[in-house]
Write a new protein. Structure first.
Length: 307
């Protein structure tokens, strides 16, 4: 949830009973990360004091561990200071990252798009893997969630989280039935009151469905899923992106200041395919309650059929 996730959303998610997460790079400048982790840690501690019968879920910080991330060392030091309970690593599995997190008592989960990357992540010390299947928002894989889960479960019995078009409680139950321990939900939280997203972005999530998602590597060099309407609003034809050269073309339309270049995430909006069930913008806690109700209803239907 690049740009979208912030302390307000993470706190709302954790106090509603689910793990809330955000990319470290969302905190800009880098010095802001310390303030964010302070805010989140203090808010969750206060919640736990006031609600001992219903403590908050832990939070997670996503780290881009690719060598191109020149903030990684700084951001990891800040995570160590606040003893981030969960660190999600992306774009490269690194032993030293896992060792550092384990050193302060945290756990690591690594984003993977196929079985080969899952094996590398576990070999390098990740506690669990997040299987990013076809249909996930942002940088998504190409494989069916069933294919991913089946292959990984042949050899790995540790924490396995499924990502990709999961937007209601029934899909969460299906992820468990397929062999995942947890479900990874992202795009629906864009359409929440706490999310750091423009109103137009939130409304586009509500108004769109699976047919409105475009899978392309044009904007970042890595294949991802984006909202068709945001691509069109940037002056491009969503159905004719193949062959365009991102290094020379200018997105957007001519204006008084000349051409403007649209940017991935800020102007070209990421989204997964599951958003067709999102019917309005709501508080994050309300959406979590909806997920829980749908999950219970789906489980009840299965039990009824089984009898």
């Amino acid at each position: 949830m690049f740009i979208v996730s912030n302390p307000k959303l993470v706190i709302a998610q954790c106090t509603a009973g689910i793990v809330g997460s955000f990319p470290a790079l969302n905190a800009r400048p880098a010095s802001l990360l310390d303030e964010w982790l302070h805010e989140i840690s203090e808010a969750l501690a206060a919640w736990d004091r006031d609600h001992p019968e219903r403590p908050a879920a832990p939070f997670a910080v996503n780290q881009i561990v690719h060598r191109s991330n020149d903030r990684l060392d700084h951001d990891m030091e800040v995570c160590a200071k606040w003893k981030a309970p969960i660190v999600i690593s992306s774009l490269g599995a690194r032993v030293e990252i896992n060792d550092a997190v384990h050193g302060w008592g945290g756990i690591t989960l690594h984003d993977v798009i196929d079985d080969r990357f899952a094996r590398k992540a576990v070999e390098k010390g990740a506690d669990g893997v997040i299987a990013v299947a076809a249909g996930a928002g942002g940088h998504a894989g190409r494989w069916s969630p069933f294919a991913l889960i089946q292959e990984i479960r042949l050899w790995f019995d540790g924490p396995l989280i499924l990502s990709g078009a999961i937007a209601n409680g029934g899909a969460v139950l299906a992820a468990e039935a397929a062999g995942a321990d947890l479900a990874y939900v992202g795009s629906p939280f864009i359409a929440t009151e706490e999310a750091n997203a423009p109103d137009a972005y939130k409304q586009a999530i509500v108004d769109s469905g699976a047919a409105d998602i475009v899978y392309t590597d044009l904007f970042t060099g890595v294949h991802g899923n984006y909202l068709r309407s945001s691509i069109a609003n940037s002056g491009l034809d969503p159905d004719n992106l193949v062959g365009l050269d991102p290094t020379v073309m200018k997105f957007g339309s001519e204006g008084s200041g000349g051409s403007s270049r649209a940017k991935a995430w800020r102007d070209i909006w990421g989204s997964g395919q599951g958003i067709g069930v999102i019917d309005r913008i709501r508080p994050a806690a309300d959406y979590v309650d909806r997920l829980a109700d749908e999950y219970a209803a789906a489980k009840s239907r299965l039990c009824t059929k089984g009898n």
